[in-house]
Design a protein around this ligand. Structure first.
Ligand SMILES: Cc1cc2nc3c(=O)[nH]c(=O)nc-3n(C[C@H](O)[C@H](O)[C@H](O)COP(=O)(O)OP(=O)(O)OC[C@H]3O[C@@H](n4cnc5c(N)ncnc54)[C@H](O)[C@@H]3O)c2cc1C
Length: 395
């Protein structure tokens, strides 16, 4: 006789929902979390507001290899089911440009309604319980904690997360359990991550934010683009537009075989090159010194950053530098600054309808630990809720 029917390893978004879902199916459930509290990443999400879903939820917003699996899981627990789930828990939602947030604008509300539901449905929770080993025993498993506590169960759902923001609990240590049962781990790389670029502009413009259009270029080919905020930092570039296109660059730069990458940034996207030239010429004709012609088009710091071109009155050079600026990318920042993980347990090794391992009966995975990553905008939490719920059904 096992201690529990189901043990869920990892009390993040996916694990909490998996535990609730398994309990609703009547299973005796234990949720194990290595931290002294649950859902630390939920609290950090959306800058503390928790962008928990998107109005336009579909597999097209996820990495190519994961689309079939994501489609199958959303067919069972998609946008409307996720909304109903939170509505039932008493969480009011609202949408802002398609992104869905709690009406309180507090990630803490999201976590709290989940904690209340865990308690209401009598899910057992062990805090400070770091799982260090899983042993297959008979038809089930024995889960071993760091403090050498053994718990037996019939089914396990592993929701230990990826590698991003290790301080919040997910440090990639759960991949080894999957490996132990023969699973393949697609090399994890940081995603939604600032980019390291060596360019004098970054030095001069440190701390400056602009609205720009950024394109990711791999081996000379433009592969994606995004408009939005670009922030210059001492090591390179960040901001929403950069984070939005960082995934493919990170895969190219960090995963073998490594490829060459650069960024092509239009720092004045609101005007065309022709309009730009006309405006600079008009200002010169009014007697404005060339050094001051960028004022009003780009932030004042650009005067210093483009000093040489302005001195030379090289209008084409100025315009090209502003509208087609190439940043040679040296790498990405690390796991402490990456919102998500690209990579993880190979999705073709789990059953599309249940998320049960194809290699070990009774073993399930959900959330960021799988090789599923979505675009920014609520897609990663959507995946965590949906996959957690479906894994918990264990059908
Ligand atoms: C700063 C930041 C902002 C974000 N904002 C958004 C957003 O607004 N919208 C969005 O959709 N996504 C956002 N994300 C991504 C999203 O939060 C994650 O994709 C999602 O929380 C992953 O959920 P998970 O349950 O799979 O993993 P996690 O939330 O990482 O949870 C894993 C849990 O497992 C525990 N654990 C790990 N190993 C063990 C072990 N051996 N034993 C016991 N417990 C263990 C960890 O402590 C952790 O609590 C953001 C991420 C970050 C870092």
């Amino acid at each position: 006789m096992s201690d529990y029917e189901t043990v869920v390893i990892g009390g993040g978004a996916a694990g909490i929902v998996a535990a609730i879902s398994a309990k609703r199916k009547g299973a005796g459930v234990l949720l194990c979390e290595k931290n002294p509290s649950l859902g630390r990443k939920i609290l950090a999400s959306g800058s503390g507001r928790c962008n928990l879903l998107n109005k336009d939820l579909s597999e097209k917003y996820y990495n190519a290899g994961a689309k079939i699996l994501v489609k199958s899981i959303f067919a069972k627990f998609g946008r409307e089911r996720i909304k109903e789930f939170f509505k039932e828990l008493g969480l009011e939602l609202y949408a802002e440009e398609g992104r869905i947030f709690p009406i309180t604008n507090q990630a803490a509300s999201v976590l709290r309604v989940l904690e209340i539901e865990l308690k209401r449905s009598s899910v057992a929770v062990e805090f400070n319980f770091e799982v260090v080993d899983i042993k297959a025993s008979g038809n089930g498993f024995t889960v071993v904690s760091k403090s050498r506590k053994n718990i037996s169960c019939n089914k396990i759902i592993i929701t230990g997360g990826g590698k991003s923001y290790p301080a919040l609990g997910s440090d990639g240590s759960c991949y080894r359990f999957a490996r132990q049962f023969g699973h393949t781990i697609i090399e994890p790389v940081p995603s939604a991550v600032p980019i390291v670029a060596k360019d004098r502009l970054c030095h001069f413009l440190q701390g400056q934010k602009i609205f720009a259009n950024a394109k990711g270029v791999i081996e000379g080919k433009v592969i994606n683009e995004a408009g939005g905020e670009v922030l210059f930092t001492k090591y390179g570039l960040s901001g929403t537009a950069i984070l939005d296109i960082s995934r493919d660059l990170s895969v190219a730069l960090n995963r073998h075989p490594k490829k060459e990458a650069s960024l092509l940034v239009d720092m004045a996207p609101s005007i065309t090159k022709d309009e730009f030239k006309k405006e600079l010429t008009r200002k010169l004709n009014r007697g404005i010194p060339c050094e001051d012609t960028l004022t009003g088009i780009l932030p004042n710091k650009f005067k210093l950053a483009m000093e040489d071109l302005l001195k030379q009155k090289d209008l084409n050079g100025i315009i090209n530098s502003a509208k087609e600026k190439i940043f040679k990318v040296l790498g990405t920042r690390g796991w402490n600054e990456a919102e998500f993980t690209s990579g993880g347990i190979a999705v073709n090794e789990v059953k599309e309808s249940t998320l049960e391992s194809k290699l070990k009966k009774g073993l399930y995975f959900a959330g960021e630990i799988l090789d599923v990553d979505g675009e920014r905008g609520g897609y990663n939490l959507a995946w965590a809720w949906a996959s957690g719920f479906v894994a918990g059904l264990m059908q």
